[in-house]
Design a protein around this ligand. Sequence first.
Ligand SMILES: Cc1cc2nc3c(=O)[nH]c(=O)nc-3n(C[C@H](O)[C@H](O)[C@H](O)COP(=O)(O)OP(=O)(O)OC[C@H]3O[C@@H](n4cnc5c(N)ncnc54)[C@H](O)[C@@H]3O)c2cc1C
Length: 263
Amino acid sequence: MYAFAYDKPATLADALQKIATGGQPLAGGQTLIASLKQRLAQPEMLVDLAGVADLAGIRREGSAIVIGAMTRHEAVAGSAEVQQAIPALAALAGGIGDRQVRAMGTLGGSVANNDPAADYPAAVLGLGATVHTSQRQIAADDFFQGMYATALEPGEIITAISFPIPAKAAYAKFRQPASRFALVGVFVAQTAAGVRVAITGAGNGVFRHPGLEAALAGSFSPEAVDGVAIDASELNSDLHASAEYRAQLIKVQTRRAVAQARG
Ligand SMILES: Cc1cc2nc3c(=O)[nH]c(=O)nc-3n(C[C@H](O)[C@H](O)[C@H](O)COP(=O)(O)OP(=O)(O)OC[C@H]3O[C@@H](n4cnc5c(N)ncnc54)[C@H](O)[C@@H]3O)c2cc1C
């Protein structure tokens, strides 16, 4: 580690002012503290968002569930509101990392970080959610821009995410057993805008699969997945799994997610 300033503002305005002058937002520190230790990030000031009460919380707004950026994974997993409206989202949050990670990790930190194997980006994209920031609202389809890259501009922070309540949805994650991140995770949803399928862990960032979406729009059944070809040429290959293995896992996990969503 090295010397840096630390501040914990109580208002969003104060936090934004400090971030505008070079401070880096700190959520639960689950990624950022490790990055500081490895000197992958060297901010001069950390702006702890935990003091801004308005950034945490879960509420229903019409046909959507709105979750504050600083809401911890365990709060989403344990929320009666989320469990009732979007059980797939509560289950996804409950399957992130371990107890300690869920107690500290946040929705905003996970989505801003956009780890290519993270779970929340699959739900945000799969449900066609809207990312609310300190400056604007960004549709999920425009937000994720590849490995650790998002549409956020310097000084802009996520304040909340609005998840439309789907008719049916489920998330099927095949865990990398050591890290518990997704080797492949598939989020399927029947939404007002049609069937959406978002895949994490398999490529250089979360992505939708038009072939699976078209097949499931025709018939929302596990069998509909069988005839869909998954191109392995742009998938990750590493010591954990080859691209071909990940392609096969996408089909298996999609079938499982659809079966689960149908109940
Ligand atoms: C051991 C371990 C296992 C894990 N397993 C999983 C897993 O299975 N699945 C999974 O999805 N994730 C997993 N994670 C990641 C975890 O879920 C955290 O959400 C993630 O690390 C981000 O942490 P954080 O919310 O504490 O954000 P921080 O680490 O505090 O911040 C992360 C980044 O986001 C920025 N940031 C934070 N909040 C905001 C905001 N509101 N607006 C803009 N930028 C912001 C920070 O500046 C920083 O760059 C794991 C992490 C660990 C350490």
